[in-house]
Design a protein around this ligand. Structure first.
Ligand code: SME
Length: 159
């Protein structure tokens, strides 16, 4: 497909996700390289959803994540297992929706403008290989709708 996204500027977020998913599938079609696919997913989500920061942290050793492809302000490069929202999502192997990052014990503030966050573990062959992290500069900006569609998007990586 052409490397252009169709962006629905005025639609609600569910419609935006529904429009983006087939486009992301198209971008990934026939491409097995993980970094290439993560890079395009980050770019598609940034452009298509207007997120403040969106990107990946990848498992780099038994106890550490390292920054992967992302879009947005520069970010911290390494996060220990169990630390911050990303390290906690990895350790617990569960999705974390944080309505107010200041109230999350141990939250790692990469950007002071960040107010709320969703982090989802990415599994490959049943094992967590990293997390998808999305940050907003608004409080309480993520909900089950984000979880459902972001899970669908990262599920495309495990095919
Ligand atoms: N806030 C995250 C760190 C990553 S940045 O937000 C990009 C955390 O607490 O894990």
């Amino acid at each position: 497909m052409a490397e252009d996204l169709t962006i629905l500027m005025d639609a609600d977020k569910e419609v935006k996700y529904q429009s983006l998913i087939p486009q992301i599938e198209g971008l990934m079609y026939g491409e097995k390289n993980l970094v290439a696919n993560l890079a395009n997913i980050a770019a598609a989500l940034k452009e298509g959803m207007g997120f403040f920061w969106v990107g990946f942290y990848l498992v780099d050793s038994t106890d550490e994540l390292v920054l992967g492809p992302f879009q947005g302000p520069v970010a911290c490069t390494r996060i220990k297992k169990g630390k911050g929202v990303c390290g906690s999502s990895w350790e617990r192997d569960e999705v974390l929706i944080v309505p107010n990052v200041d109230e999350f014990p141990g939250h790692i503030a990469c950007a002071s403008a960040s107010k709320s966050e969703i982090v989802l573990p990415i599994r490959k062959d049943g094992k967590v290989i990293g997390v998808l992290d999305v940050d907003s500069d608004l409080l309480n900006d993520f909900d089950q709708t984000d979880q459902i569609y972001l899970e669908k998007i990262i599920g495309l990586l495990d095919q």
